[in-house]
Ligand binder design. Sequence first.
Ligand code: 3PY
Ligand code: MG
Length: 256
Amino acid sequence: MISGILDNFKNKLSRGDAVYGPFMKSLDGSFVECTGHAGFDFAILDMEHGPASFSETQELIRAAILANLLPIVRTHDASESAISKALDLGAGGVQVPQIQSADEAHAVVRAARYFPQGERGVCRFVRAANYSSTPRNEYFAKANRALVIPQVEGKKGLEALDEILSVEGLDILFIGPYDLSQSLGVPGDVSNPVVINAIKDITERAKKRGVVTGVFADTIEAAARWKNAGIQYLSYSVDVGIYTEACKNILLSIKN
Ligand code: 3PY
Ligand code: MG
């Protein structure tokens, strides 16, 4: 069933459409289901900054698929095990933080893809292979369709951007404005012109090389700005932040 969700997602990107999804830190699959039923395209299950274990993440992946939502796992780091375990659980893609060089981007592709594109550790007794029910050849071909999404979010990554963009096998280049803002000397100030110009520059350079870009936005204004700049993978805010804001707005409306 994830194949159909992944196909729709890839079709949207290749038509030039934008896709939308939040980061998610809640451990309750109900929130993931709500996200899908509300019409988002994907959810980024956050193992870098969220509390979820691999077994909790597996449940969240199941919930996403039930609600027609593409589950992407943001791994806690760029290690081979963090990447391959997330894919073994059945994630539709991995988003890998703090990629700073072409070598690191190559290593991500190697860890995420089976031969001939990579050398992901082989086990078909995992959820992604229906625990061995999926015929072998079918599984390995299908598994190599999972999305590989490196995050560039620091000065070093910026300096190596053209080399990173030329690495074979990257589906989306994701820009992390918060880490980028820190790296550019304005921590947290994601609407500082220094950060905005850096994101615009990355987007333009990626476009020239035909690489789809993604970004995080935590205001509607920022999401609209990046959509208009041609960024297609729009990660809008975080489940807990969306809920907090909704609570505040409800109280404001009731009290006034
Ligand atoms: C960042 O902004 O640094 C991210 O990783 C996405 O929120
Ligand atoms: Mg970051």
